[in-house]
Each structure stands twice: as C-alpha cells, then as structure tokens.
Design a protein around this ligand. Structure first.
Ligand code: KG4
Ligand code: ZN
Length: 329
C-alpha cells in the first residue's frame, strides 16, 4: 500500500486567514478559516493594509488549530503548500513568508499554489471521482474565467472578463443599493423576493470573453434615477442577466473543446440562482459539478488539494518564492 500524503495548506490572498490539512489531495482533516469580513464590512470592502495586519495576528493560531483538529503534528506533514498569487501583495506575503519559515525550520518541501488552481481543486475534495478533463467556470471576487482543465496541472484559458470580475459586480451593485459587504450572498437572498422583470444589457463578444461593467453601470444609473426602484426585482434581474451571459459562453466553450463536463468554482459559485441554472444543463446530458458551499469562498483546503497535485508531480518551490499579486493561471 502506498504511503498517505498529508499536505498543510495556507491561504491568505485576501481577507481569509486559513490553514488546512488534507490527506491524499481529497480528504479534509481540518480547514480552519478566520474570516476578516466583520472588520472590513465597515469600510464597504477589503482594506489591504488592515488585511495584512490581521493575517499576521491570526496565522500562528489558525495553524495550531488546523493541526489540533487534524490530530497531527508538524512531524506528520509531508509538505507545506501556500497561495503565492494572485491576490493582495501584503496579504499574500504573510502566508508565503510563514510557509517559507515552516518549510525551512521543519525541513519539509515548500509548494507554491496558484489561488485560481486552488479554486478548481475545491471540486476534487467535494467529488472524489472527478478527474480532468472538464471545463471549469471560475467565478469569484477577483476572477471570471472559462478554463479548459486538461489535466491536474495543465490549463488553457478559453475566456475571461475584460473588466469587472462577476463577484466584484455583485459587490458593487450591492453597495449601491445599500447592502453590506460582501454583497453577493445578500443579493442571492433578496433576489428570492423579486422578479427578473428589469431589462439589463447583455454583453457578448465574438470570442468567449465576458464584460460585467455594462450591467453594473446600468443598475447604478437606474437606482440613482429612481431610488424607490424595487431592489428585489433589481437583484433578480441582475442575477438572471449575469447568469445568461455565463451560460451562453459556457455552452459555446464546451462545444469548442467537445467535453460535456463542467465544474463551477469560486465564491460566486455559492450563488443559488447560478447553481440552479447550471443544474438545468444536466437535462442536455451535460455533467455539472459544484464545490460544497463551504469550499466555494476562500479556504486553505482547496490550496492543500492543489498543492498535493503539485507535490506528486514534483513541482517543489524553493525559499526564493515571492508573492505574485497578478499571477496568471
Ligand atoms: O472566491 P472568493 O472568496 O474570493 C476571491 O478569490 O475573489 O469570492 C468572493 C466573492 C465575493 O465577491 C462575494 O460577494 C461572492 O464571492 N459571493 C457570492 C455568494 N457568496 C459569495 N456571490 C453571489 N452569491 C453568493 N451566494
Ligand atoms: Zn478566491
């Protein structure tokens, strides 16, 4: 029997300090998430400097808890994986520096994980049978990507946003209509009380790119012209228009790569309207996978899982590793 591999994952790219232990890439032994949402809420969004400081304060304790919950010690860990980009540079540096220090002190391999690849791996934890190839629809606060996942470490970007990420659009629309940061979950809830009866612009290109700034601006204008507009209808219409755009390009993408297998990933994949709409595609014979809700937004289990595939493919980083805020997939 092969030896079990335990990866300690560290995530600090935005406003969640998270540390996790994952066994063999798929089994979560612990996934501690210290969210700073309540701190950033009063500013209406993440304040980078405050995020970095809070990561520093939290990271040791979160790591201790992750090991405690996994009932393991540092000795049992095979490698240390950390997010090194994309994200906020100061926030990333906390996780990267901590991971480098652990790797050096414990003499264990260091693994550099791309945060976007981490989001994809959230699906491997939820669906033990899922293997590449599939189309991944990555929808988060920072990204909107259609990615052809050819293999665990082989990716091809088929389309991406030309302006706002979809989660950014959710958060900006929410802020304008007076909903608290992060606005995505609040829009999700309020939309149930409304109807998608407000006409909003759909943007399509002749390739698979997206644009969400048009609907966002339209909503801002509508709201400023008429602050009494029905907010629930606005939320429902926004969700429907954004989802139509996502699904339109998703269907084109699966045709292009000739694969009827889709996985969603990223914070916005927690959205219930989007999940229900994608679920409908199963009627067309398409396999559709979603990460467990707890693995949609930022967490270290997905980083440890992605780290595992790097580790078994001998993609090991060295102590010169630096944070790369605009890292591409
Ligand atoms: O993946 P994530 O935690 O961070 C990035 O890597 O960017 O995603 C955070 C984003 C935020 O924009 C948040 O509003 C959105 O995910 N989000 C949602 C929902 N839950 C989180 N958006 C729509 N509906 C939700 N239920
Ligand atoms: Zn993320």
């Amino acid at each position: 029997m092969e030896k079990d591999i335990y990866i300690l994952g560290i995530e600090s790219s935005c406003d969640e300090t998270s540390v996790s232990v994952v066994k063999n890439g798929r089994e979560v032994l612990s996934n501690i998430i210290n969210s700073q949402i309540n701190i950033h809420k009063k500013f209406g969004g993440v304040v980078p400097e405050i995020a970095s400081r809070n990561h520093i304060e939290a990271i040791s304790e979160v790591t201790k808890q992750a090991l405690l919950e996994a009932k393991l010690t540092f000795n049992d860990i095979d490698a240390i994986a950390c997010t090194y980009g994309p994200g906020l540079v100061g926030a990333l540096l906390v996780g990267v520096s901590y991971a480098k220090a652990l790797s050096y002190a414990l003499n264990k391999p260091l693994i550099a994980v791309n945060h976007i690849q981490g989001h994809i791996a959230g699906n491997y934890i939820t669906h033990k049978e899922l293997k590449p190839q599939f189309l991944c629809v990555i929808i988060s606060g920072g990204h909107t990507h259609l990615v052809n996942v050819k293999d665990y470490l082989e990716f091809e970007i088929l389309g991406k946003t030309r302006d706002d990420a979809i989660g950014e659009a959710f958060d900006k629309v929410a802020r304008v209509i007076g909903l608290e940061y992060p606005g995505g979950p609040k829009i999700d809830k309020l939309a149930y009380e409304g109807e998608p009866n407000i006409e909003l612009p759909h943007t399509y290109f002749d390739n698979l790119d997206f644009s969400f700034s048009g609907i966002k601006t339209k909503i801002l204008n509508l709201y400023h012209k008429n602050p009494n507009i029905n907010k629930a209808d606005l939320c429902a219409s926004f969700e429907k228009t954004a989802t139509d755009m996502l699904i339109n390009n998703t269907l084109k993408a699966i045709k292009q790569i000739n694969i009827k297998k889709i996985a969603l990933a990223g914070g916005v994949s927690a959205n219930s309207y989007i999940r229900n709409s994608y679920k409908e595609l199963e009627k067309q014979g398409i396999e559709v996978y979603f990460p467990d809700i707890s693995l949609c937004t930022d967490n270290a289990a997905m980083i440890a899982s992605a780290g595992y595939y790097n580790y078994i493919n001998e993609k090991i980083a060295d102590l010169k590793l630096n944070a790369i805020p605009n890292l591409k997939i």
